[in-house]
Design a protein around this ligand. Sequence first.
Ligand code: UDP
Length: 359
Amino acid sequence: MDRCSRYLVTGGAGFIGSHLVDALLAGGKEVVVLDNLATGRMSNLARAQEHPQFRFVHGSVLDAFVVDELARECDVLVHLAAAVGVKLIVEQPLKSFITNIKGTETVLESAQRHSRRVLVASTSEIYGKNSSGPLTETSDRVLGSPSVIRWSYSTAKAVDEILTGLYHQERGLRSTIVRFFNTVGPRQSPAYGMVIPRFARQAVHGEPVTVHATGGQRRCFLHVADAVEALLLLLDHPGAEGGTFNIGSDEEITILELAERVIAQAGSASSVEHMAYDEAYGTGFEDMQRRVPDTTRLRTLTGWQPRFALSDVLADAVADARGETSRVQSAPLPGTREEALPTAPAHTVPDAVAGPCRP
Ligand code: UDP
């Protein structure tokens, strides 16, 4: 891949997207973000906006004309725009379903038309209620009725994966699919259901920390800086084309233990309060008891390993909830005023993608 590639990041004002944008800019890339700001925020792009190689386009991935024009201009497409977050999905099921299927179809069509490399974001929700873990990329999907909103989201993302795979097989599209497991870090909004930013805010404000059901359900949380590093490695690896990769941590914790760890990290006097799923998400909600990724495929191909432990993730989440700077600050972006300022340790861009663009 040319070191001076121009990247289109759909959903680049979102949580993972904005961290990827910063990393690409730090690596000397040009970046165009397409985002409708439905859940993304311009404040996430505050650093990027100072950069001369950055451009923001306010628009939707459902707008085929805009997507096609940007696909023509850019060399690599990273499709992160989606309706995400369990709370948002159950509150806006139809809009979420349409955005997630039509948006991806639109991006894939344009990627194909202009022969662009494309990375499509999927999710561990794909595996549904399969709680056997660790889940490999070929593990079974275990779903309840399609009338349960959560499984319609899982199905929409599965359709995205199928479309991506078929474009690759039948039309030679240079595509990669990534399945994000629980990912956490600065800029993640607590508004759409994500557990750690919610717990961190509750603990910092001394409010009860609301654990759904017994809290015996288990998850693994990856720092967003590690997720971004995985994306950069995959984008830069020809062997990733045509593949599907889990991205996640394998450090497991129950949600109840998580609540206690967050409260301790915040030095808070908050109590734990249990809340029924029905109360949190409406009747008929279904959760999975355990979700653990097997990331052997990603590690074997790229050498990726997470650099941050759950303790780092929690320290960062509490700092973010207090409005403090992350301990895992992104590198200062070259060519901006910020470059002159001292910062915390940078998260790195692999050598293969680092380095300034030639004129
Ligand atoms: N959860 C919780 N309290 C909250 C938000 C979430 O106990 O305020 C639980 C949720 O029911 C789930 C787990 O934490 O069992 C992880 O939830 P999240 O929405 O972050 O991710 P996902 O369910 O997609 O793994």
